[in-house]
Design a protein around this ligand. Structure first.
Ligand code: THU
Length: 160
């Protein structure tokens, strides 16, 4: 018997002032995108911004429906915009932030499993890692080097 250990390194910044200007700007775009959230059911806003290789920044926010399973996560919204508007452009970094009406979230909130799979598949397509920055409403920021890091034992097209 052997044990397989899969590790994860996360860079932690105490606040937005510790980020590079470019990363701080991207996180602020994600925060601005919270305004575009349509979340009357969960009252949980999520904003996601990406910076592409050509410097273009795009943002999205979660969009809910009365039929709950049809909700769209912010990450899916912004990734759909990238693949529709800039189909072969490489994504360098994605910033994700949240705001809840019931509590101040001061911890970074990670993307859900479906979003991790989707970001990971974009990474596979572009054959370059997508760096992920996470922040709650305030507090520390996590930097994750690649979506693959938060999706260990990932399923991809090589199995098909
Ligand atoms: N949500 C996202 O936008 N991204 C995630 O990664 C997790 C959850 C949204 C979906 C729903 O509108 C609300 O947050 C509560 O689950």
């Amino acid at each position: 018997m052997k044990t397989l250990h899969i590790g994860l390194d996360i860079k932690i910044y105490e606040n937005i002032d510790e980020l590079s200007n470019r990363d701080a700007q991207l996180m602020n775009e994600a925060k601005a995108a919270l305004q575009k959230s349509h979340s009357p059911y969960s009252k949980f806003q999520v904003g996601a911004s990406v910076i592409l290789e050509n410097g273009k920044v795009l943002s999205g926010a979660n969009q809910e429906n009365a039929a709950y399973p049809m909700c769209l996560c912010a990450e899916m919204v912004v990734l759909s915009t990238v693949s529709s508007e800039y189909p072969s452009m490489i994504i360098n970094t994605m910033a994700i932030t949240v705001k809840s009406s019931s509590q101040v979230i001061d911890l970074p909130v990670p993307p859900c499993g479906a979003c991790r799979q989707t970001i990971f598949e974009f990474e596979q397509r572009q054959q370059k890692p997508i760096r992920i920055l996470l922040q709650g409403e305030k507090g520390a920021i996590y930097e994750i080097a690649s979506a693959k890091d938060i999706l260990p034992l990932s399923f991809d097209s090589s199995f098909l």
